[in-house]
Design a binder for this molecule. Structure first.
Ligand code: NAP
Length: 503
Protein backbone atom coordinates (compact mmCIF):
# COMPACT_ATOMS: atom_id res chain seq x y z
CA UNK A 1 0.00 0.00 0.00
CA UNK A 2 1.28 3.50 -0.84
CA UNK A 3 2.59 5.45 2.14
CA UNK A 4 1.62 9.04 2.90
CA UNK A 5 4.55 11.45 3.09
CA UNK A 6 4.19 14.87 4.70
CA UNK A 7 6.40 17.50 3.05
CA UNK A 8 7.90 19.64 5.80
CA UNK A 9 8.53 23.10 4.42
CA UNK A 10 8.82 25.08 7.67
CA UNK A 11 11.66 27.57 8.11
CA UNK A 12 12.87 25.94 11.31
CA UNK A 13 13.28 22.36 12.47
CA UNK A 14 11.14 23.12 15.51
CA UNK A 15 8.28 24.31 13.31
CA UNK A 16 8.60 21.14 11.23
CA UNK A 17 8.44 18.97 14.35
CA UNK A 18 5.28 20.82 15.44
CA UNK A 19 3.70 20.22 12.03
CA UNK A 20 4.64 16.57 12.13
CA UNK A 21 3.17 16.18 15.63
CA UNK A 22 -0.08 17.79 14.45
CA UNK A 23 -0.49 15.56 11.38
CA UNK A 24 1.26 12.47 12.74
CA UNK A 25 -1.81 10.26 12.70
CA UNK A 26 -2.29 10.81 8.96
CA UNK A 27 1.27 10.20 7.75
CA UNK A 28 3.81 7.37 7.52
CA UNK A 29 6.86 9.26 6.31
CA UNK A 30 8.09 12.87 6.39
CA UNK A 31 10.18 14.71 3.83
CA UNK A 32 12.49 17.30 5.31
CA UNK A 33 12.77 19.98 2.67
CA UNK A 34 16.10 21.40 3.71
CA UNK A 35 15.83 23.97 0.92
CA UNK A 36 12.94 25.63 2.82
CA UNK A 37 14.88 25.92 6.11
CA UNK A 38 16.50 29.16 7.26
CA UNK A 39 20.24 28.99 6.39
CA UNK A 40 21.32 28.62 10.05
CA UNK A 41 18.95 25.72 10.59
CA UNK A 42 20.39 23.77 7.68
CA UNK A 43 23.47 22.90 9.72
CA UNK A 44 21.35 21.19 12.39
CA UNK A 45 19.56 18.62 10.26
CA UNK A 46 21.52 15.54 11.30
CA UNK A 47 19.48 14.85 14.44
CA UNK A 48 16.12 15.48 12.79
CA UNK A 49 15.23 11.81 11.99
CA UNK A 50 15.65 10.82 15.63
CA UNK A 51 13.50 13.73 16.78
CA UNK A 52 10.86 13.08 14.11
CA UNK A 53 10.18 9.49 15.12
CA UNK A 54 9.04 8.55 11.59
CA UNK A 55 11.15 7.61 8.57
CA UNK A 56 12.42 10.85 7.03
CA UNK A 57 13.46 11.72 3.46
CA UNK A 58 16.38 14.12 3.12
CA UNK A 59 15.63 16.48 0.23
CA UNK A 60 17.40 19.67 -0.85
CA UNK A 61 15.51 20.78 -3.91
CA UNK A 62 17.05 23.26 -6.37
CA UNK A 63 15.06 26.18 -7.79
CA UNK A 64 15.17 24.69 -11.29
CA UNK A 65 13.19 21.72 -10.01
CA UNK A 66 10.58 23.78 -8.18
CA UNK A 67 12.51 23.98 -4.88
CA UNK A 68 13.97 26.90 -2.94
CA UNK A 69 17.70 26.14 -2.79
CA UNK A 70 19.55 28.94 -4.53
CA UNK A 71 23.14 28.19 -3.45
CA UNK A 72 25.73 26.41 -5.57
CA UNK A 73 26.00 22.63 -6.13
CA UNK A 74 29.06 22.46 -3.85
CA UNK A 75 27.18 23.76 -0.83
CA UNK A 76 24.21 21.51 -1.60
CA UNK A 77 26.44 18.44 -1.73
CA UNK A 78 28.08 19.42 1.55
CA UNK A 79 24.60 19.70 3.14
CA UNK A 80 23.73 16.21 1.90
CA UNK A 81 26.99 14.99 3.44
CA UNK A 82 26.05 16.60 6.76
CA UNK A 83 22.70 14.82 6.72
CA UNK A 84 24.28 11.44 6.00
CA UNK A 85 27.35 11.82 8.24
CA UNK A 86 27.94 10.08 11.60
CA UNK A 87 25.40 7.43 10.73
CA UNK A 88 24.30 5.29 13.64
CA UNK A 89 23.82 1.55 13.81
CA UNK A 90 20.23 2.22 14.95
CA UNK A 91 18.73 3.08 11.56
CA UNK A 92 15.85 5.01 13.09
CA UNK A 93 18.35 7.74 13.94
CA UNK A 94 19.45 8.11 10.30
CA UNK A 95 17.58 9.54 7.35
CA UNK A 96 15.58 6.63 5.96
CA UNK A 97 15.71 8.01 2.40
CA UNK A 98 17.74 10.57 0.49
CA UNK A 99 16.40 12.21 -2.66
CA UNK A 100 19.18 12.57 -5.23
CA UNK A 101 18.23 14.13 -8.53
CA UNK A 102 18.80 12.44 -11.87
CA UNK A 103 21.97 14.45 -12.63
CA UNK A 104 23.50 14.40 -9.14
CA UNK A 105 26.20 11.78 -9.37
CA UNK A 106 28.34 11.88 -6.25
CA UNK A 107 29.54 8.32 -5.50
CA UNK A 108 30.60 9.18 -1.93
CA UNK A 109 27.02 10.28 -1.07
CA UNK A 110 25.54 7.11 -2.53
CA UNK A 111 28.09 4.98 -0.71
CA UNK A 112 27.38 6.71 2.62
CA UNK A 113 23.67 6.21 2.09
CA UNK A 114 23.93 2.53 1.19
CA UNK A 115 26.34 1.71 4.02
CA UNK A 116 23.85 2.78 6.66
CA UNK A 117 20.62 1.64 5.02
CA UNK A 118 19.45 5.02 3.73
CA UNK A 119 17.44 4.26 0.59
CA UNK A 120 18.17 6.37 -2.45
CA UNK A 121 15.26 8.02 -4.22
CA UNK A 122 16.50 8.94 -7.68
CA UNK A 123 14.28 11.71 -8.95
CA UNK A 124 13.46 14.00 -11.78
CA UNK A 125 10.96 16.85 -11.97
CA UNK A 126 9.40 18.14 -15.14
CA UNK A 127 7.60 21.34 -14.17
CA UNK A 128 6.45 22.04 -17.72
CA UNK A 129 4.76 18.85 -18.91
CA UNK A 130 4.94 15.08 -19.21
CA UNK A 131 7.95 13.67 -21.04
CA UNK A 132 7.29 11.83 -24.30
CA UNK A 133 9.79 9.22 -23.17
CA UNK A 134 8.54 9.07 -19.57
CA UNK A 135 8.94 5.29 -19.20
CA UNK A 136 12.47 5.22 -20.64
CA UNK A 137 13.53 8.19 -18.52
CA UNK A 138 12.21 6.47 -15.39
CA UNK A 139 13.97 3.21 -16.23
CA UNK A 140 17.27 5.04 -16.79
CA UNK A 141 17.12 6.48 -13.27
CA UNK A 142 17.98 3.07 -11.87
CA UNK A 143 21.75 2.83 -11.76
CA UNK A 144 22.25 0.00 -9.28
CA UNK A 145 18.72 -1.36 -9.10
CA UNK A 146 17.95 -0.72 -5.42
CA UNK A 147 16.78 2.88 -5.94
CA UNK A 148 13.23 4.15 -5.67
CA UNK A 149 12.57 5.97 -8.92
CA UNK A 150 10.68 9.25 -8.56
CA UNK A 151 9.13 11.07 -11.52
CA UNK A 152 7.14 14.21 -10.75
CA UNK A 153 5.67 15.59 -13.97
CA UNK A 154 3.22 18.41 -14.66
CA UNK A 155 0.27 17.36 -16.87
CA UNK A 156 -1.02 20.24 -18.99
CA UNK A 157 -4.22 18.44 -19.95
CA UNK A 158 -6.11 15.23 -19.25
CA UNK A 159 -4.41 13.39 -22.12
CA UNK A 160 -1.14 13.92 -20.22
CA UNK A 161 -2.74 12.40 -17.13
CA UNK A 162 -3.71 9.34 -19.15
CA UNK A 163 -0.07 8.98 -20.22
CA UNK A 164 0.99 8.99 -16.57
CA UNK A 165 -1.38 6.11 -15.76
CA UNK A 166 -0.16 4.20 -18.80
CA UNK A 167 3.47 4.77 -17.82
CA UNK A 168 2.62 3.39 -14.38
CA UNK A 169 1.44 0.18 -16.02
CA UNK A 170 4.80 -0.20 -17.79
CA UNK A 171 6.91 0.40 -14.68
CA UNK A 172 5.37 -2.08 -12.28
CA UNK A 173 8.54 -4.11 -11.77
CA UNK A 174 10.44 -1.62 -9.57
CA UNK A 175 9.73 0.70 -6.65
CA UNK A 176 8.69 4.11 -7.85
CA UNK A 177 6.92 7.33 -7.05
CA UNK A 178 5.05 8.58 -10.08
CA UNK A 179 2.83 11.62 -9.75
CA UNK A 180 1.22 14.40 -11.71
CA UNK A 181 1.55 17.90 -10.27
CA UNK A 182 -1.06 20.66 -10.57
CA UNK A 183 -4.86 20.63 -10.78
CA UNK A 184 -4.99 17.93 -13.47
CA UNK A 185 -2.65 15.71 -11.50
CA UNK A 186 -4.40 15.70 -8.12
CA UNK A 187 -6.19 12.43 -8.95
CA UNK A 188 -2.77 10.73 -9.35
CA UNK A 189 -2.02 11.64 -5.74
CA UNK A 190 -5.33 10.16 -4.55
CA UNK A 191 -4.93 7.04 -6.69
CA UNK A 192 -1.22 6.57 -5.89
CA UNK A 193 -1.90 2.95 -5.04
CA UNK A 194 -3.45 2.33 -8.45
CA UNK A 195 -0.31 3.77 -10.03
CA UNK A 196 1.80 1.45 -7.89
CA UNK A 197 3.46 4.49 -6.27
CA UNK A 198 5.51 3.95 -3.17
CA UNK A 199 4.46 7.30 -1.68
CA UNK A 200 1.92 10.07 -2.04
CA UNK A 201 3.10 13.51 -0.93
CA UNK A 202 0.88 15.86 1.10
CA UNK A 203 1.37 19.36 2.54
CA UNK A 204 0.02 21.05 5.62
CA UNK A 205 -1.25 23.69 3.25
CA UNK A 206 -3.85 25.27 5.52
CA UNK A 207 -1.22 26.16 8.11
CA UNK A 208 -0.21 29.82 8.55
CA UNK A 209 2.78 30.74 6.36
CA UNK A 210 2.52 27.37 4.66
CA UNK A 211 4.89 26.93 1.73
CA UNK A 212 3.40 24.52 -0.79
CA UNK A 213 5.99 21.89 -1.61
CA UNK A 214 4.47 21.20 -5.04
CA UNK A 215 1.31 22.32 -6.86
CA UNK A 216 -1.72 20.05 -6.58
CA UNK A 217 -0.80 18.50 -3.24
CA UNK A 218 -3.64 17.72 -0.86
CA UNK A 219 -3.83 18.34 2.85
CA UNK A 220 -3.12 15.13 4.87
CA UNK A 221 -6.55 15.18 6.49
CA UNK A 222 -8.24 15.67 3.12
CA UNK A 223 -6.39 12.71 1.60
CA UNK A 224 -7.21 10.38 4.48
CA UNK A 225 -10.63 11.54 5.63
CA UNK A 226 -12.23 12.77 2.40
CA UNK A 227 -10.46 10.57 -0.15
CA UNK A 228 -10.25 7.46 2.09
CA UNK A 229 -6.63 6.88 1.06
CA UNK A 230 -5.98 4.22 3.69
CA UNK A 231 -8.99 2.19 2.59
CA UNK A 232 -8.17 2.07 -1.12
CA UNK A 233 -7.11 -1.28 -2.55
CA UNK A 234 -7.18 -3.03 -5.94
CA UNK A 235 -10.88 -3.91 -5.48
CA UNK A 236 -11.96 -0.32 -4.76
CA UNK A 237 -14.70 0.79 -7.15
CA UNK A 238 -13.91 4.09 -8.80
CA UNK A 239 -16.42 6.91 -9.28
CA UNK A 240 -15.77 10.53 -10.12
CA UNK A 241 -16.88 13.86 -11.43
CA UNK A 242 -15.86 15.27 -14.79
CA UNK A 243 -16.05 18.95 -15.65
CA UNK A 244 -13.95 22.01 -16.32
CA UNK A 245 -12.43 23.89 -14.63
CA UNK A 246 -13.95 21.95 -11.70
CA UNK A 247 -12.62 24.23 -9.00
CA UNK A 248 -15.83 24.25 -6.96
CA UNK A 249 -17.53 20.94 -6.23
CA UNK A 250 -18.86 19.40 -3.01
CA UNK A 251 -19.70 16.07 -4.64
CA UNK A 252 -16.45 14.27 -3.62
CA UNK A 253 -17.04 15.24 -0.01
CA UNK A 254 -20.63 13.94 -0.18
CA UNK A 255 -20.04 10.61 -1.92
CA UNK A 256 -16.85 9.71 -0.06
CA UNK A 257 -18.57 10.30 3.28
CA UNK A 258 -21.43 8.07 2.13
CA UNK A 259 -18.94 5.29 1.26
CA UNK A 260 -17.27 5.66 4.65
CA UNK A 261 -20.56 5.65 6.57
CA UNK A 262 -21.87 2.66 4.63
CA UNK A 263 -18.54 0.82 4.57
CA UNK A 264 -18.58 0.65 0.76
CA UNK A 265 -15.25 -0.07 -0.92
CA UNK A 266 -15.41 2.87 -3.34
CA UNK A 267 -13.87 6.29 -3.88
CA UNK A 268 -15.13 9.36 -5.73
CA UNK A 269 -12.44 11.48 -7.39
CA UNK A 270 -12.51 14.82 -9.28
CA UNK A 271 -11.31 14.68 -12.89
CA UNK A 272 -10.90 18.19 -14.31
CA UNK A 273 -11.01 17.61 -18.06
CA UNK A 274 -10.12 19.98 -20.89
CA UNK A 275 -11.41 17.32 -23.29
CA UNK A 276 -14.27 14.90 -22.82
CA UNK A 277 -12.66 12.47 -25.26
CA UNK A 278 -9.60 12.23 -23.00
CA UNK A 279 -11.84 11.63 -20.00
CA UNK A 280 -13.69 8.79 -21.73
CA UNK A 281 -10.34 7.15 -22.55
CA UNK A 282 -9.12 7.64 -19.01
CA UNK A 283 -12.39 6.26 -17.61
CA UNK A 284 -11.82 3.10 -19.65
CA UNK A 285 -8.18 2.84 -18.61
CA UNK A 286 -9.03 3.20 -14.91
CA UNK A 287 -12.25 1.17 -15.03
CA UNK A 288 -14.39 4.04 -13.69
CA UNK A 289 -17.82 2.64 -12.87
CA UNK A 290 -19.80 5.86 -12.80
CA UNK A 291 -19.39 9.61 -12.94
CA UNK A 292 -21.20 12.86 -12.39
CA UNK A 293 -21.01 15.14 -15.41
CA UNK A 294 -20.90 18.87 -14.86
CA UNK A 295 -20.19 22.18 -16.62
CA UNK A 296 -19.55 22.28 -19.58
CA UNK A 297 -20.14 18.64 -20.59
CA UNK A 298 -23.81 17.84 -19.95
CA UNK A 299 -24.67 18.11 -23.64
CA UNK A 300 -21.29 17.14 -25.08
CA UNK A 301 -21.49 13.78 -23.30
CA UNK A 302 -24.47 12.63 -25.37
CA UNK A 303 -22.52 11.12 -28.32
CA UNK A 304 -20.62 8.90 -25.88
CA UNK A 305 -23.77 7.29 -24.45
CA UNK A 306 -24.86 3.81 -25.54
CA UNK A 307 -28.20 4.20 -23.75
CA UNK A 308 -30.00 7.41 -22.80
CA UNK A 309 -32.74 7.58 -20.17
CA UNK A 310 -36.02 9.14 -21.29
CA UNK A 311 -35.14 12.38 -19.51
CA UNK A 312 -31.72 12.60 -21.14
CA UNK A 313 -33.35 11.93 -24.50
CA UNK A 314 -35.97 14.64 -23.98
CA UNK A 315 -33.64 17.25 -22.43
CA UNK A 316 -30.51 16.51 -24.42
CA UNK A 317 -28.63 16.91 -21.13
CA UNK A 318 -27.03 14.22 -18.99
CA UNK A 319 -25.39 14.64 -15.59
CA UNK A 320 -24.85 10.99 -14.59
CA UNK A 321 -23.09 8.20 -16.47
CA UNK A 322 -22.80 4.57 -15.41
CA UNK A 323 -20.68 1.89 -17.09
CA UNK A 324 -22.57 -1.17 -18.35
CA UNK A 325 -21.71 -4.09 -20.65
CA UNK A 326 -23.43 -2.21 -23.52
CA UNK A 327 -21.43 0.97 -22.89
CA UNK A 328 -22.22 4.14 -20.95
CA UNK A 329 -25.78 4.62 -19.68
CA UNK A 330 -26.80 8.26 -19.28
CA UNK A 331 -29.25 9.70 -16.73
CA UNK A 332 -30.39 13.11 -15.58
CA UNK A 333 -30.82 13.63 -11.86
CA UNK A 334 -30.78 17.44 -12.00
CA UNK A 335 -34.51 17.42 -12.86
CA UNK A 336 -35.84 15.77 -9.73
CA UNK A 337 -33.07 17.23 -7.59
CA UNK A 338 -34.15 20.68 -8.69
CA UNK A 339 -37.92 20.29 -8.38
CA UNK A 340 -37.75 18.51 -4.99
CA UNK A 341 -35.57 21.35 -3.75
CA UNK A 342 -37.73 24.13 -5.24
CA UNK A 343 -40.99 22.73 -3.83
CA UNK A 344 -39.38 22.31 -0.45
CA UNK A 345 -38.19 25.94 -0.64
CA UNK A 346 -41.52 27.42 -1.74
CA UNK A 347 -43.64 25.09 0.41
CA UNK A 348 -45.93 24.45 -2.60
CA UNK A 349 -47.08 21.21 -4.23
CA UNK A 350 -46.68 22.55 -7.76
CA UNK A 351 -46.18 25.81 -9.68
CA UNK A 352 -49.77 26.48 -10.78
CA UNK A 353 -50.36 30.23 -10.98
CA UNK A 354 -46.63 30.98 -10.58
CA UNK A 355 -44.76 33.15 -13.06
CA UNK A 356 -41.16 32.07 -13.20
CA UNK A 357 -38.00 33.51 -14.73
CA UNK A 358 -35.25 31.07 -15.65
CA UNK A 359 -31.90 32.78 -16.21
CA UNK A 360 -29.69 30.65 -18.45
CA UNK A 361 -30.26 28.09 -21.19
CA UNK A 362 -27.51 25.52 -20.59
CA UNK A 363 -27.74 21.95 -19.35
CA UNK A 364 -29.05 22.87 -15.89
CA UNK A 365 -31.61 25.29 -17.37
CA UNK A 366 -33.01 22.48 -19.52
CA UNK A 367 -33.68 20.38 -16.44
CA UNK A 368 -35.20 23.40 -14.69
CA UNK A 369 -37.44 24.33 -17.63
CA UNK A 370 -38.71 20.75 -17.98
CA UNK A 371 -39.62 20.61 -14.31
CA UNK A 372 -41.24 24.08 -14.28
CA UNK A 373 -43.37 22.86 -17.19
CA UNK A 374 -44.17 19.54 -15.49
CA UNK A 375 -45.24 21.43 -12.36
CA UNK A 376 -47.55 23.66 -14.46
CA UNK A 377 -45.64 26.94 -14.07
CA UNK A 378 -45.44 29.68 -16.73
CA UNK A 379 -41.94 30.87 -17.48
CA UNK A 380 -39.66 33.33 -19.20
CA UNK A 381 -36.18 32.11 -20.26
CA UNK A 382 -33.41 34.74 -20.41
CA UNK A 383 -29.96 33.97 -21.70
CA UNK A 384 -26.81 35.71 -22.91
CA UNK A 385 -27.14 33.80 -26.19
CA UNK A 386 -30.75 34.58 -27.08
CA UNK A 387 -31.10 31.88 -29.70
CA UNK A 388 -30.49 29.26 -27.02
CA UNK A 389 -33.12 30.90 -24.78
CA UNK A 390 -35.56 30.83 -27.68
CA UNK A 391 -34.88 27.19 -28.49
CA UNK A 392 -35.39 26.12 -24.88
CA UNK A 393 -38.47 28.29 -24.30
CA UNK A 394 -40.20 27.16 -27.49
CA UNK A 395 -40.10 23.52 -26.40
CA UNK A 396 -42.47 24.42 -23.54
CA UNK A 397 -44.32 27.42 -25.03
CA UNK A 398 -42.48 29.73 -22.60
CA UNK A 399 -41.44 33.33 -23.33
CA UNK A 400 -37.80 34.19 -23.98
CA UNK A 401 -35.42 37.13 -24.03
CA UNK A 402 -31.85 38.32 -23.56
CA UNK A 403 -30.04 38.51 -20.22
CA UNK A 404 -29.76 42.32 -20.28
CA UNK A 405 -31.83 45.46 -19.55
CA UNK A 406 -34.48 44.43 -22.08
CA UNK A 407 -34.80 40.99 -20.48
CA UNK A 408 -34.90 42.56 -17.02
CA UNK A 409 -37.89 44.62 -18.14
CA UNK A 410 -39.70 41.49 -19.40
CA UNK A 411 -38.90 39.77 -16.13
CA UNK A 412 -41.16 42.14 -14.19
CA UNK A 413 -44.07 40.05 -15.50
CA UNK A 414 -42.45 36.73 -14.51
CA UNK A 415 -41.11 37.35 -11.07
CA UNK A 416 -42.96 35.35 -8.47
CA UNK A 417 -40.03 32.88 -8.65
CA UNK A 418 -36.57 33.58 -10.12
CA UNK A 419 -34.22 30.69 -10.87
CA UNK A 420 -30.62 31.52 -11.70
CA UNK A 421 -29.03 28.62 -13.61
CA UNK A 422 -25.96 30.16 -15.26
CA UNK A 423 -22.42 29.62 -13.97
CA UNK A 424 -21.99 33.39 -13.56
CA UNK A 425 -20.98 34.27 -9.99
CA UNK A 426 -19.56 30.83 -9.25
CA UNK A 427 -16.10 30.45 -7.70
CA UNK A 428 -13.43 31.35 -8.73
CA UNK A 429 -15.23 34.52 -10.02
CA UNK A 430 -17.77 35.27 -7.28
CA UNK A 431 -17.86 39.01 -8.11
CA UNK A 432 -19.99 38.53 -11.25
CA UNK A 433 -23.74 39.05 -11.63
CA UNK A 434 -25.72 37.35 -14.44
CA UNK A 435 -28.37 40.08 -14.58
CA UNK A 436 -27.27 43.35 -12.92
CA UNK A 437 -30.08 45.21 -14.73
CA UNK A 438 -32.81 43.51 -12.74
CA UNK A 439 -33.80 45.23 -9.46
CA UNK A 440 -35.54 42.91 -6.99
CA UNK A 441 -38.78 44.18 -5.44
CA UNK A 442 -38.39 41.98 -2.35
CA UNK A 443 -41.34 39.70 -3.10
CA UNK A 444 -39.57 37.25 -5.40
CA UNK A 445 -38.55 33.80 -4.24
CA UNK A 446 -35.04 33.46 -5.63
CA UNK A 447 -33.11 30.26 -6.16
CA UNK A 448 -29.53 30.22 -7.45
CA UNK A 449 -28.23 26.81 -8.55
CA UNK A 450 -24.70 27.81 -7.57
CA UNK A 451 -23.60 26.72 -4.08
CA UNK A 452 -19.98 27.89 -4.09
CA UNK A 453 -19.88 30.61 -2.94
CA UNK A 454 -22.62 30.02 -0.41
CA UNK A 455 -24.20 33.37 -1.38
CA UNK A 456 -23.63 34.64 -4.92
CA UNK A 457 -23.69 38.35 -5.68
CA UNK A 458 -27.10 37.78 -7.30
CA UNK A 459 -28.50 36.18 -4.13
CA UNK A 460 -26.91 38.87 -1.99
CA UNK A 461 -28.78 41.56 -3.91
CA UNK A 462 -31.99 39.55 -3.52
CA UNK A 463 -31.47 39.21 0.25
CA UNK A 464 -30.80 42.95 0.55
CA UNK A 465 -34.10 43.64 -1.23
CA UNK A 466 -35.90 41.38 1.26
CA UNK A 467 -36.46 38.29 -0.95
CA UNK A 468 -36.58 34.71 0.31
CA UNK A 469 -33.57 32.94 -1.19
CA UNK A 470 -32.03 29.49 -1.54
CA UNK A 471 -28.69 28.48 -3.02
CA UNK A 472 -27.99 25.28 -4.99
CA UNK A 473 -26.66 23.21 -2.13
CA UNK A 474 -29.96 21.55 -1.27
CA UNK A 475 -30.46 20.69 -4.95
CA UNK A 476 -26.95 19.26 -5.18
CA UNK A 477 -27.61 16.87 -2.33
CA UNK A 478 -31.03 15.87 -3.62
CA UNK A 479 -29.73 15.13 -7.12
CA UNK A 480 -26.74 13.26 -5.64
CA UNK A 481 -29.12 11.01 -3.71
CA UNK A 482 -30.77 10.09 -7.03
CA UNK A 483 -27.28 9.56 -8.51
CA UNK A 484 -26.48 7.15 -5.71
CA UNK A 485 -29.35 4.97 -6.89
CA UNK A 486 -27.89 4.80 -10.41
CA UNK A 487 -24.29 4.32 -9.22
CA UNK A 488 -25.03 1.64 -6.62
CA UNK A 489 -28.27 0.12 -7.88
CA UNK A 490 -29.86 0.50 -4.44
CA UNK A 491 -31.88 3.22 -2.70
CA UNK A 492 -30.01 5.82 -0.64
CA UNK A 493 -29.98 4.48 2.93
CA UNK A 494 -32.65 6.16 5.03
CA UNK A 495 -31.32 8.29 7.88
CA UNK A 496 -27.84 8.48 6.32
CA UNK A 497 -28.16 12.20 5.51
CA UNK A 498 -28.19 13.00 9.24
CA UNK A 499 -24.71 11.52 9.55
CA UNK A 500 -23.12 13.45 6.68
CA UNK A 501 -21.26 16.69 7.36
CA UNK A 502 -20.68 18.82 4.31
CA UNK A 503 -18.31 21.65 3.49
P1 NAP B 1 -23.73 24.99 -19.10
O1 NAP B 1 -24.52 23.95 -19.78
O2 NAP B 1 -22.32 25.20 -19.50
O3 NAP B 1 -24.53 26.37 -19.25
C1 NAP B 1 -23.96 27.56 -18.79
C2 NAP B 1 -24.99 28.67 -18.80
O4 NAP B 1 -24.36 29.81 -18.22
C3 NAP B 1 -25.46 29.08 -20.19
O5 NAP B 1 -26.75 29.61 -20.10
C4 NAP B 1 -24.44 30.19 -20.53
O6 NAP B 1 -24.93 31.13 -21.47
C5 NAP B 1 -24.32 30.87 -19.20
N1 NAP B 1 -23.07 31.59 -19.10
C6 NAP B 1 -21.83 31.02 -18.93
N2 NAP B 1 -20.90 32.00 -18.86
C7 NAP B 1 -21.57 33.18 -18.99
C8 NAP B 1 -21.16 34.53 -18.98
N3 NAP B 1 -19.88 34.87 -18.81
N4 NAP B 1 -22.09 35.50 -19.10
C9 NAP B 1 -23.39 35.17 -19.25
N5 NAP B 1 -23.85 33.89 -19.28
C10 NAP B 1 -22.94 32.91 -19.14
O7 NAP B 1 -23.66 24.76 -17.51
P2 NAP B 1 -24.78 24.05 -16.62
O8 NAP B 1 -24.46 22.61 -16.53
O9 NAP B 1 -26.11 24.49 -17.10
O10 NAP B 1 -24.47 24.66 -15.17
C11 NAP B 1 -24.73 26.01 -14.89
C12 NAP B 1 -24.57 26.29 -13.40
O11 NAP B 1 -25.50 25.54 -12.64
C13 NAP B 1 -23.19 25.94 -12.84
O12 NAP B 1 -22.80 26.94 -11.95
C14 NAP B 1 -23.44 24.64 -12.10
O13 NAP B 1 -22.52 24.45 -11.03
C15 NAP B 1 -24.84 24.88 -11.58
N6 NAP B 1 -25.52 23.61 -11.31
C16 NAP B 1 -25.84 23.33 -10.02
C17 NAP B 1 -26.49 22.16 -9.72
C18 NAP B 1 -26.84 21.84 -8.31
O14 NAP B 1 -27.10 20.67 -8.00
N7 NAP B 1 -26.87 22.82 -7.43
C19 NAP B 1 -26.82 21.25 -10.74
C20 NAP B 1 -26.50 21.60 -12.05
C21 NAP B 1 -25.84 22.78 -12.32
P3 NAP B 1 -24.64 30.94 -23.05
O15 NAP B 1 -25.71 29.98 -23.53
O16 NAP B 1 -24.78 32.31 -23.59
O17 NAP B 1 -23.27 30.38 -23.18
Amino acid sequence: MAKICLCLTGKTLERNLDLLAKYRKYVDVAELRVDCLDPDERFLIRRFPEQAGVPVILTIRRKEEGGYFSGGEGSRISLFSKGLAFAEADRRKNFAYVDLEEDLNVPSLEEAARTFGTRIIRSFHNNKGVDDNLVERMKKLRHVGDEIVKAAVFPQNLADVLRIYRAAGETRDFDKVLLGMGHYGTNTRILADKLGSYLSFVSAKDEPEAVLAAPGQLDPKELVEIYRFRKLNPSTILFGIVGFPLHATSSPSFFNQVYTEENINAVYVPFPADSLESFMELAKELGIKGASVTVPYKEKILPYLAVQSEKVWALEACNTIVASPEGWMGYNTDCRGFSDSLLNFTGEKDLRGQRVTIIGAGGAARAVAAEVYRLKGKALVLNRTVVRAKRLAMAYKFAWGSADAEGAELMKRYNSIVIQTTSVGMEPAPGEDPLPDYQFNGKEKVMDLIYKPHETLFLKRAVEAGCAVQNGYDMLIRQAIYQYLFFMGTEFPSGLMNRIRMS
